[in-house]
Design a protein around this ligand. Structure first.
Ligand code: SF4
Ligand code: SF4
Ligand code: SF4
Length: 306
């Protein structure tokens, strides 16, 4: 991308290609699921989500450099608010991970089940942890905090808390079911809503406190959130990845300094690989700060830079 393009709007093949691919992927999911499950709601749902992410992505790519972060925020707000307020609070779907386990255990193919399977289990095969960068309703709030650059990556030991948390969410659901069945009871209507409200309030509280203490907006994502554990296996094989062009790169390290997930992009460049880290949330911050246009997000099989 030339300097003039970075100062003004750029509407061309490059800025349109990825949003169109993303929209096609979501349209395919929407059509397949609505036919397979004979439910027109999935057509609306996935077209809305795909449309929102594609609009955000187009704005990010096309807008002048200073405005780029706005494109991602628009996508986060459009998807995050839709999922939390409309699907969660109004439609009564428990979008928390515990809700997913409850629906799986009871064999219910609810919206939350489909959401987790598409966005967090299978979808990362194509768009890696793009959910975390462009759509998550927790991060949509955390990303408004002022600690955009992480000064120091948390230790790997702290990162293990996410695995323990995932285990605890399963254990919690099992215990609730055990207690209820011992009393010959089932989950009462409306409980999901309280569960969703309390769970989310806790996530926001812990996320904000942690961000302030560690001066890192994404500390919650790196230490506490259990969702990445679900995403990582497919994300490792993702078709969509970031890559650094070794010819254009001048080793200024701006991309690494600004990366909210502490990714060592130059280590990947130096071994001729695309960014394979399953911590990458495809936020494209590195792309927008690179002074030489050495960074791009591309679709391909395998790790090698092409
Ligand atoms: S790690 Fe968790 S909180 Fe962070 S963006 Fe991903 S799903 Fe959201
Ligand atoms: S490597 Fe780039 S796209 Fe990935 S998390 Fe870091 S800044 Fe975002
Ligand atoms: S910001 Fe661009 S030029 Fe600088 S080190 Fe990163 S990829 Fe290389």
């Amino acid at each position: 991308m030339s300097k003039s393009n970075r100062e003004s709007w750029a509407i061309n093949k490059k800025t349109l290609m990825l949003p169109i691919i993303m929209l096609l992927v979501f349209s395919t999911i929407a059509i397949v699921l609505s036919i397979l499950l004979s439910n027109g709601f999935y057509l609306f749902n996935f077209l809305y989500i795909g449309g929102s992410v594609s609009i955000g992505m187009f704005l990010f790519l096309a807008m002048p450099k200073k405005l780029k972060p706005l494109g991602r925020k628009i996508s986060q707000l459009l998807v995050g608010l839709y999922m939390l307020v409309f699907l969660g609070f109004i439609q009564g779907e428990n979008m928390q991970i515990e809700g997913f386990w409850v629906y799986i255990a009871s064999g219910v193919f609810a919206g939350a089940t489909i959401h987790y399977l598409v966005a967090k289990v299978a979808g990362p095969l194509f768009f890696s942890r793009g959910w975390c960068g462009w759509a998550c309703w927790t991060a949509m709030v955390l990303d408004f905090l002022p600690y955009k650059e992480s000064k120091k990556a948390p230790s790997k030991k702290l990162g293990a808390i996410r695995y323990v948390h995932l285990f605890l969410t399963i254990a919690f659901v099992v215990v609730v079911y055990f207690v209820l069945s011992a009393k010959n009871q089932t989950l009462k209507p409306g409980w999901e809503l309280y569960w969703l409200i309390i769970g989310n309030a806790l996530y926001y509280l812990v996320g904000i406190v942690l961000a302030i203490i560690l001066k890192d907006n994404r500390a919650f994502c790196k230490i506490i959130c259990p969702i990445p554990v679900l995403m990582k296996p497919a994300a490792r094989l993702s078709l969509l990845k970031i890559q650094v062009d070794p010819i254009k790169c001048i080793d200024c390290k701006k991309c690494e300094q600004k990366c909210p997930m502490d990714i060592k992009l130059l280590e990947y460049k130096n071994i001729g690989k695309r960014v394979c880290s399953t911590e990458c949330i495809l936020c494209n911050t590195c792309y927008s700060v690179c002074p030489t246009g050495a960074i791009k997000m591309n679709v391909g099989i395998g790790d090698k830079i092409r």
